[in-house]
Design a protein around this ligand. Structure first.
Ligand code: NAP
Length: 337
């Protein structure tokens, strides 16, 4: 069976996903698209030679009888409306982060999904599909280093044009919040503190950069995330887990070590797309395969909600300069253990 997909939002990441589905992945076809910029949607159809209808409204993609499943890659504030509409029609929906721009919005999606009695929603937290993170999780699962006690992590971008306010916390750190909780088998966060170190001179005046985010989990694991979105030198994601009997670190992306002129060097990536391109491919292939079987296994609406509550707490902690409690309700049985 070929899964017939409708895509709402044909901007940067929507176009990338259409490209991967059309040119690299198996088992799916993009049959309908929409963007507020209709010309852009038409250009994507032409560029990839799609046999696809260009709809004038996102909800028309969802209602299209030829569409089996939806991908939402439009502007964040539109996600909730489209995900709720997809749920209302009973169609599976993959939504890029954020699931909704508020925790309350995510909660509405959780309630609507649970009311259908079927898992329909997957959120675009692609790090769970990255080979390096999966290897690290396997080591933790094998109990090689004992129970995790401390996580030391870094999320560094060379630069972040367009970032302002709290976007480092709400836009990029959300990937850390999801993948670290997943690494720790769903050990929820209970508190957040955000430290604002000396600010780099190499970023906009209205941006604090870097941040250090300190999270504590129910099991008492201490997590330190350095978020530095104007680090200049490259795109660098680090994660070291300190366990009872050893440490385990996220493997570095493969690069040829060069010994030359009295120096040992290797390349560092500069673009997040290059770092996670394989993860995006795996994420979508697994989603296509599971959706075709009528299943849903990836990051859930509940995970999207947890991340929204966590990023809200971090923003509050940044401005209060206090340790803020993260108050999460018990995970509904619907979302498993
Ligand atoms: P983008 O280039 O601005 O694309 C978003 C597109 O949605 C634009 O073409 C925009 O049109 C369109 N749009 C806005 N409102 C719409 C509506 N009501 N109906 C249909 N289309 C609408 O942004 P992007 O970088 O692709 O990001 C899209 C989403 O993906 C964001 O939520 C972002 O956070 C997420 N994302 C996730 C990752 C990841 O690592 N997983 C990476 C990148 C982006 P106009 O430009 O004309 O407004």
């Amino acid at each position: 069976m070929t899964l017939r997909i409708g895509v709402i939002g044909t901007g940067a990441i929507g176009r990338d996903h259409i490209c991967r589905i059309t040119q690299r992945l198996k088992g799916a076809q993009v049959v309908a698209v929409n963007d507020v910029n209709a010309g852009q949607a038409r250009a994507v159809v032409d560029d990839y030679g799609l046999q696809a209808t260009v709809h004038s409204k996102g909800t028309d993609v969802i209602d299209d009888r030829n569409v089996d499943a939806i991908i939402v890659t439009s502007w964040g504030p539109t996600h909730e409306e489209f995900v709720l509409a997809a749920i209302a029609t009973g169609k599976p929906v993959f939504c890029e982060k954020p699931l909704a721009v508020t925790a309350e919005g995510c909660r509405r999606i959780v309630e609507a999904e649970m009311a259908t009695g079927r898992k329909l929603v997957q959120v675009g937290f692609m790090r769970r599909f990255d080979q390096a993170y999966r290897q690290l999780k396997q080591v933790l699962g094998a109990d090689t280093i004992g129970a995790p006690l401390i996580l030391n992590c870094a999320h560094r971008n060379p630069e972040a044009p367009g970032f302002s306010g709290d976007m480092a916390l709400t836009d990029s750190c959300v990937h850390e919040f999801d993948v670290l909780r997943w690494l720790l088998d769903g050990d929820d966060y209970v508190s957040a503190q955000v430290i604002q170190p000396r600010k780099t001179r190499l970023c906009d005046d209205n941006l604090q950069d870097p941040h250090v985010i300190l999270l504590r989990t129910r099991q008492g694991v201490h997590i330190a995330i350095e978020s530095f979105v104007n680090c200049q030198y490259g795109y660098d994601i680090q994660c070291q887990v300190v366990g009872e009997t050893g440490t385990a670190s996220l493997p570095e992306p493969a690069s040829v070590p060069v010994r030359h002129d009295a120096k040992l060097s290797s390349d560092i990536l500069v673009n997040w797309k290059d770092r996670f391109i394989d993860a995006f491919d795996v994420e979508f292939q697994e989603w296509i395969d599971a959706t075709a079987r009528g299943e849903m296994h990836g990051p859930s609406a509940w995970d999207g909600y947890v991340v929204a509550v966590t990023s809200d707490a971090c923003v509050k902690a940044k401005h209060s300069e206090q340790i803020e409690t993260i108050d999460l309700p018990e995970r509904p049985a619907f979302y498993g253990t």
